[in-house]
Design a protein around this ligand. Structure first.
Ligand code: 1GP
Length: 305
């Protein structure tokens, strides 16, 4: 215990600038016994790297997952749907089966307490916890990051900038990482909650050129991600052709979500160029938890189509 405190203080003071080997040399000199010396050195290096990884921003973590695994699998959990012990059980299954991160939130909160829920999620998993906000009240310090969504497919100023002005000071105070995201609603066979609540029209599904132009505008405005959203429980997912068109023009990572219910669809989304796949509704049914590994494998490029 004493050793850990000493090391954390030392690295904290150097703000992560000291190299692992030079840190090791300093600490090695403090210990004389050979066995303890080696053990101490190895522990220092391991702790140094674990601290370094913890400092990496969530956005950088996502980029590094994309680089290593081809694409990133995110599961969206809804405080209205996942309750009690199931929060822990499901998150444990997510970790065991290769899920890369957890999104929390939704357009509507019908019941429960968002603060308690996000705390329960934080305590149950070491995966990155990212708020997928349905409103300003969902900013919460117990998450790691928040998708700072601007609904760029619509023309409702409240969802383009209005809510953001209210949320920005709260995000600053909470200390969580905002990830600027161009959020694009795509027509998906029926009116979705996100469309209704945001008061904005989706991009027609047969107009990939509008999606491309909008995504490019997001990139040129400096946004870090583009999210092609068919909507929660959508009848039709975002068309593969649209994903392909957007990803071939855009150089920021593209998230695709809404109406994805099987591994084969996730695999095709990745093949079309999506870098982050989000599934919510499908895994709200406990019977589908057994399909988590197949889903993450598909996202990570291990699925035969
Ligand atoms: C909704 O994209 C997410 O905002 C996930 O959608 O619940 O349909 O998987 P589903």
């Amino acid at each position: 215990m004493k050793m850990v405190i000493l090391i954390q203080t030392d690295f904290g003071a150097t703000d992560g600038l000291m190299s692992a080997s030079s840190a090791g040399s300093v600490l090695r000199g403090c210990v004389k016994t050979p066995f303890i010396k080696d053990f101490f050195f190895v522990s220092c290096v391991l702790i140094y790297f674990s601290l370094f990884v913890e400092r990496m921003s969530v956005y950088k973590k996502l980029l590094s997952i994309i680089e290593k695994k081809k694409a990133c699998s995110l599961i969206l959990i809804d405080p209205d749907k996942l309750k009690g012990e199931d929060i822990k059980n499901f998150l444990q299954k997510c970790e065991e089966n290769g899920v890369d991160g957890i999104l929390v939130g939704g357009s509507l909160m019908m019941s429960g307490d968002f603060d308690d829920f996000i705390l329960a999620v934080r305590q149950a998993t070491s995966l990155p916890v990212i708020i997928f906000p349905g409103g300003v009240s969902q900013v919460n310090p117990n998450a790691d990051a928040i998708l700072f969504l601007s609904i760029i497919s619509g023309r409702n100023p409240e969802h383009l900038i209005g809510k953001h002005v209210l949320a920005a000071p709260l995000i600053k105070k909470s200390g969580i990482e905002p990830i600027s995201t161009g959020y694009m609603l795509i027509e998906s066979g029926g009116r979705t909650t996100a469309e209704y609540i945001s008061g904005s029209a989706p991009i027609p599904r047969n107009k990939p050129e509008i999606a491309v132009a909008t995504a490019l505008a997001a990139e040129y405005l400096g946004m870090k991600l583009v999210y092609l959203e068919a909507g929660s429980g959508a009848q039709f997912h975002v068309p593969f052709e649209m994903v392909k068109a957007v990803t071939s023009y855009c150089s920021i990572p593209v998230i695709v979500g809404g109406g994805i219910r099987d591994a084969a669809t996730a695999a095709k989304m990745v093949k079309a160029g999506a870098k982050i796949i989000v599934v919510g509704n499908h895994f709200e049914d406990k019977d589908n938890w057994k399909g988590l590994k197949e889903f993450t494998d598909a996202v990570h490029g291990h699925f035969e189509t």
